[in-house]
Design a protein around this ligand. Sequence first.
Ligand code: HEM
Length: 456
Amino acid sequence: MSVDASIACPQSVPPQRATRSVPAETATPPAADATRRVAVLLSRLRSARKFGDGQSNPWPTYEQLRECGDVVPSPWGGVMVTSYEAANAVLRDRSFRTPDLEWRQQQGDVRWNSPANTELSQMMMLLNAPEHTRQRRVLGNTFDRATLERLTPVIEGLVDSVLDELELRMKEDGSADYAEIVGDGLPVAAVGHWLGVPAADFADLCVWTHGQSWAQELFPTASQMAFADESALSLKAYFQDLVAERTKSPGDDVLSSWIRAWSEAEEDPEQAATIVARLASFAIMAGLETTSNLVNAGMWLLDRNPEQADWLRYHPEGIPAATEEILRYDPAVAITTRVGSGSDSPSEIAVGKGQLVYVCIGSAHHDPRFIADPDRFDVRRPGPVRHLAFGQGAHFCLGAGLGRLESNVLLRKVLTRFPTLRVVAEPVWESRAAFRRMASLRVGLAPKPRFYSFGA
Ligand code: HEM
């Protein structure tokens, strides 16, 4: 992969392959230089399309970040972790905490204490022990084998219906937006159906979920933050009302079962209702914002590698591994955060108490020390790939089974039902670096299938 020398890391900051500690708080001139360099790379990373890179092709920028070191000073204080080994270590290391409500309040900063951030920081992914442990215990193993087996025909039906809609729109208009119809349509229906959310509300939930995500970005503008706040408050009000309604007339759905479980686990009924509303809201956000990237990236990567799409069409047993390779190549959660707790860290990554650690999963997954030829997309890679797309450690994704199921069912059906499906225009990415999102991916049907020969 080629690297733009104009933004290569300064020679005065040797690549930190061996040592993982960066004295971020003692900014010497070389560290300041490196910080500026990282700021340029991050600003390039989050652009929708800039210098041919940005979100349309973030991999060269990740490579340049890794060249600055495994752990590099972040422009906002704290550090950014770029290598697989260090990212894996931070996520597993329980001495790091998530930037929770208490941490945000200590920042005394408007952005960290915006309504969207305040809401988000009280959701499961940003809670710390003991409340985080309590909530995970009450939820249990949400997508165990029996649940996934029960959900399989439901997901198959939902995939058929989004593909019907895709076909209809392609017939009517010549092309259709895969990102809107399938990328958004499938995940919101899958989580919504599982939870027991009315289908009539799915479109609003998509808008609010995408809107609140700006609060989790590295450089949100004032208008993006305002949209995030408005969206977060709409989600909050929506789920508070739904929980109140379902408490009065419970049904045979997951939301009603959470209401029952929390009425026993939490003494204060108001607090119990708030917890359930936040869990439901987070399930929609976590399930939609991530699975949509998996679904869209799958379409995009297989379109760019048509011989692999053809191989999968005739080898459907390879589809689960293809899903893992899509998750490895283009993880939805490209950057997540932790904060130093001040206690000894087994991962030996030195950050002060309360300092942020940006864990760049996107870069970690393309680290050549983790995987051979990392920028090659290959659904036939030997052996299971231990990626970090679902996180690691205490906050490991609770919905991994559902996300994988959706992708596997979709790939099987889309490859056989539409052998001539093609991407017909350059995809449009949002200018987001932390949660990748394709805003549009236009597809159409080519007149003839392509034929490839491939080994057994
Ligand atoms: C391809 C699909 C998905 C991907 C790539 C994904 C990714 C992730 C990642 C990276 C984390 C951990 C973040 C961190 O440690 O900072 C996470 C946490 C979480 N995810 Fe997912 N997710 C997916 C689908 C889902 C679905 C479908 C649901 C629910 C229905 C879900 C629910 C959750 C929850 C509740 C957490 C928080 C767990 C905790 O903090 O203990 N996810 N996910």
